[in-house]
Write a protein that binds this ligand. Structure first.
Ligand code: URA
Length: 237
């Protein structure tokens, strides 16, 4: 692929902007400036540098972000900064989107991608993807609340009761719940319907993929093949 096209595909600007970036000597391969925008390169395991930023070519972008509370999952945030402010500009420019949304005040595991099929696969409520949340509650969690969450609670606007596929008390005021849908404010509404109130919410797992313990809050990293395989574990086809 031509170098200008490579840069454009990775989010470094329009073809014209990429051409001038290359001609201005801002792009290096293995430390050597390549100033020909039309140089043909293999994209396999390609690593290049733009100014001081090292970048590895990826046909599609698959990321995990440890979302802090206080960020909106939107390109046009209303009241808080956007999660996209936590990503490098080229990822935003190439059209990375959130795979399902977390509320502004929810923290934890957020997947992002520019692969439409992947986004649909992992965000559609119809695909039965288990998602695990830890909810800190205002009141001590009771057995009756756990039972209600497991057997199903009525949520406004939902025709049938909604239930957690797993629910346990992990501390006096903390619940761990697994749900397979992705309804609006689902966990908060479920816990409220069971007679308690969510004060803090954290998502720790999607499918078989847990938020990496070494990923600091606000940090992102690429998903590995092993991560994507783990995602698919425990998910019915
Ligand atoms: N349920 C909620 O209530 N909020 C989220 O952000 C995710 C699930």
């Amino acid at each position: 692929m031509r170098l200008e096209r490579i840069l454009h595909s990775q989010g470094f600007g329009s073809r014209k902007a990429c051409r001038s970036m290359i001609r201005n000597g801002r792009v290096r391969l293995a430390g050597r400036i390549i100033d020909d925008p039309f140089a043909e390169l293999s994209t396999e395991e390609l690593v290049f540098t733009v100014d001081e930023q090292t970048w590895s070519y990826r046909d599609k972008a698959y990321l995990v972000l440890n979302k802090p509370a206080g960020y909106e999952c939107s390109h046009r945030p209303q009241c808080h900064p956007s999660v996209f402010a936590l990503l490098p500009a080229p990822l935003v420019a190439r059209g990375v989107q959130c795979v399902g949304r977390l509320d502004q005040d929810t923290a934890g595991l957020l997947l992002l991608s520019d692969d439409g099929q992947f986004i649909h696969r992992w965000s559609s409520g119809k695909k039965n993807v288990p998602k695990v949340y830890e909810a800190s509650t205002a009141e001590a969690v009771t057995d009756a609340q756990i039972q209600a969450l497991l057997s199903g609670v009525h949520l406004n606007g939902e025709p049938t009761p909604v239930h957690a596929v797993a629910c346990e008390r992990v501390a006096e005021n903390t619940l761990r719940l697994t749900v397979t849908e992705g309804k609006y404010h689902q966990i908060k509404r479920m816990v409220a319907a069971a007679g308690n109130h969510v004060e803090r919410l954290h998502r720790s797992k999607i499918g078989g993929f847990a938020l990496p313990s070494d990923l600091a809050r606000g940090q992102w990293r690429w998903l590995t093949n092993a991560d994507v395989a783990a995602l698919g574990a425990f998910v019915s086809p």
